[in-house]
Design a binder for this molecule. Structure first.
Ligand code: NAD
Ligand code: KPL
Length: 305
């Protein structure tokens, strides 16, 4: 019997992982905020995955953070701004050899969680899969993609990657996970804030070619300065490729703002600007972008962080 996967956060990615692992017969338990959420979940009788128009419900066992069972493996599937508090609630249940898989986008939250749990193994993940909720306890698998997992301090891949294989979760072990996370952060910084400011789909940024190029040049400088030269390689070309390939899509930040949800700005553009300040690097366009984005968020009554 393989080790149970505890999944923290029954949102889009948490549900996408929980349902596919459960479908493969891997033991999974879902950790919900409190008794009220647990009661709502139990009434729904499971998690529903909608894939290519077909839907299936998986009766994954739910529990609250107070459940007594020890946790050996924890998939942290909440937003970057919730990760630290959500993990802190479970700290007393983590075994000394616990492993955490951190699915958060951007940078900053992973180090904060790892610092909170010096004994645990924290595996960072970067995913291009796409999913959204179309109702409580339901997820639509919207975009097939790939997940890279890695541990900057231990290059050895864990044996449980076999569970992901069995579950049909496309993945690879990465020995340069920080480079991948920095690269994704740079892409998100060059695209997502502009889509919010211009209220447009990704493809419409082709009309703002010069602004995108200037941001890419500054992001490239930042990556070099932060010891991530590989993440800086051909950045502008890659950003233009993504803008073209996802032309019809709205960026995740655009979608968050449009739905009145808090954004992950502090772990994306905010993190980049802070890193520049730490290195005494002047990146005027990136810093101005942050000012404009914060103004836009505040004007919409959303948190600035
Ligand atoms: P989400 O908002 O859909 O889900 C997060 C869930 O965590 C919510 O259900 C929330 O209630 C729950 N949560 C928060 N704090 C909790 C706590 N203390 N206890 C229990 N549950 C708690 O978010 P998501 O879209 O799944 O994104 C998760 C992370 O993955 C983000 O960093 C996001 O940027 C990244 N990501 C998402 C996608 C995607 O397609 N959705 C793709 C790639 C990366
Ligand atoms: O990851 C993205 C997002 O929308 O968050 C892309 C599509 C790459 C745009 O930055």
């Amino acid at each position: 019997m393989s080790t149970t996967w505890h999944i923290l956060g029954a949102g889009s990615l948490g549900t996408l992982w929980a349902t596919r692992l459960a479908r493969a017969g891997v033991p999974v338990r879902l950790i919900l905020r409190d008794e009220a959420r647990l009661a709502s979940y139990q009434a729904a009788k499971g998690l529903t995955l909608v894939e290519q128009g077909a839907e299936h419900t998986y009766p994954v066992i739910g529990e609250t953070p107070d459940s007594p069972e020890p946790i050996h493996r924890l998939l942290v599937a909440c937003k970057a701004y919730d990760a630290q508090d959500a993990v802190a609630q479970l700290q007393h249940r983590l075994t000394p050899d616990a492993e955490l898989i951190l699915l958060q986008n951007g940078l900053g939250s992973q180090d904060a969680v790892a610092a909170q749990l010096p004994q645990a193994r924290c595996i960072f993940a970067s995913s291009t899969e796409g999913a959204f909720r179309d109702g409580d306890w339901r997820v639509v698998f919207a975009g097939h993609g790939y997940t890279w997992l890695g541990d900057a301090s231990h290059p050895t891949p864990p044996l449980w990657l076999e569970d992901l294989h069995a579950a049909g979760i496309p993945h690879d072990w990465s020995t340069d996970i920080l480079t991948r996370l920095w690269r994704k952060l740079a892409l998100n910084c060059a695209i997502n804030p502009l889509t919010v400011l211009y209220q447009c789909r990704n493809g419409e940024l082709q009309a703002h070619h010069c602004e995108v190029a200037t941001l890419c040049a500054e992001l490239g400088e930042l990556l070099e300065c932060c010891g991530q030269p590989a993440a800086a390689q051909g950045l502008q070309h890659e950003v233009e490729r993504v803008i073209h390939a996802t032309a019809a899509n709205y960026s995740s930040m655009f979608q968050d703002v449009a739905a009145g949800r808090r954004t992950e700005i502090s772990y994306l553009l905010g993190y980049a600007c802070q890193a520049a300040t730490r290195h005494q690097l002047s990146l005027p366009h990136l810093q101005q972008l942050q000012v404009r984005l914060v103004e836009q968020l505040l004007a919409r009554g959303l948190p600035r962080d």
